[in-house]
Design a protein around this ligand. Structure first.
Ligand SMILES: [Zn+2]
Length: 328
């Protein structure tokens, strides 16, 4: 039996375009596994930062690195689209299943097919035509630790046309120094992805994309590696709290646990996970609405089930087939 079966009432049975107030929130620890650049490389642009209160109790001000919500889902939906493309489940402009290759559903080409799993789950809009609001809602994610602890700057001399540091005409050394700020490996961000009115299969698809996406940041050859760990799953009839509240609650708790009251980089991810689960429990009481949290053992089982599906091409194909059946 699937882990999700007892929770059928919290999920949609089939797709329709009316709001039903069925929310599933996935709690994720996103952790950098290499140097991650979130801005265009070599642009000299700084990372996005926000001045925030350190904690909910601790009113010290802290500059935190922010991963914008768009940067998170854009890469995850690409992960899913690769599978849809591979198995022939990206359809054609005009919501048809046959057409010319150049009219196949494409991101940023103003040619959404409006009937594939990607269009229908992550949303699409066409100028003058139809639209589907994304049913995957995200929020900016904040670093647990302050920006100055989790970032570094790599400086380099900008190369000339010939790819060297010497001017090909004059032979002079390059004086153009550029600096790319990056997030250090080990940096931790806490994040919630809230899915609205999704069926069990749609949930599996989004969770698969989340767990299988390992590269984030600027779109270039040097995308950084990040890992996503599912910390919790909550069903509810309303949205929960914000990423910032969760991050601040975690900060307070880690700080209270630190031997001398000082947090140091890198954080122990096991400690972060334990504290994040306790923080969810504590923020939980402030949510006004019906809600149910999956026990940890079921979260583990769900990740295992989704892993089984995505490890098997036939199971993936069957999942994508069932999804496509939802929208036709
Ligand atoms: Zn599509």
């Amino acid at each position: 039996m699937s882990t999700l079966e007892p929770y059928a009432n919290w999920l949609a049975e089939k797709y329709d375009n009316l709001p039903h107030g069925k929310y599933v929130t996935l709690f994720v620890r996103r952790q950098a596994e290499s140097e991650v650049i979130f801005r265009t490389e070599g642009s000299g642009e700084d990372l996005s930062k926000e001045l925030t209160f350190a904690g909910r109790a601790n009113k010290e001000q802290l500059s935190r690195v922010v991963i914008s919500k768009r940067k998170q889902t854009a890469v995850e939906r690409r992960t899913g689209r690769e599978l849809l493309r591979e198995h022939g489940f990206l359809f054609f402009d005009g919501a048809t299943r046959q057409g010319k290759e150049e009219d196949r559903c494409g991101l940023n080409r103003n040619k959404p097919c409006a009937i594939c799993a990607d269009c229908m789950i992550y949303g699409y809009a066409v100028g003058g035509g139809g639209a589907q609001k994304s049913r995957v809602m995200t929020d900016d994610a904040f670093s647990v630790l302050p920006a100055n602890m989790i970032t570094g700057k790599r400086t380099f001399n900008a190369p000339y046309d010939n790819g060297t540091m010497r001017d090909p005409v004059t032979g002079d050394a390059s004086h153009s120094i550029q600096a790319d700020p990056y997030v250090k490996p080990g940096a931790v961000f806490l994040d919630m992805e809230t899915l609205k009115d999704v069926t069990p299969d749609e949930l599996r698809y989004v969770l698969g994309n989340l767990l299988r996406t390992r590269r984030y940041g600027a779109i270039s050859s040097r995308l950084g590696k990040m890992s996503n760990t599912l910390l919790g799953v909550v069903f509810s009839d309303c949205e929960l709290f914000s990423n910032l509240e969760l991050t601040q609650e975690v900060y307070d708790r880690l700080k209270a646990q630190a031997p001398d009251g000082d947090l140091s980089f890198p954080l122990d991810s096991e400690a972060v996970d334990a504290v994040a689960k306790a923080a969810i429990d504590s923020l939980w009481n402030e949510v006004v609405g019906r809600k149910h949290r999956l026990p940890d053992a079921e979260v583990t089982a769900l990740v295992g089930e989704v892993g089984d599906v995505f490890a098997d091409a036939d199971k993936v194909k069957a999942l994508l087939e069932r999804l496509s059946g939802l929208y036709s």
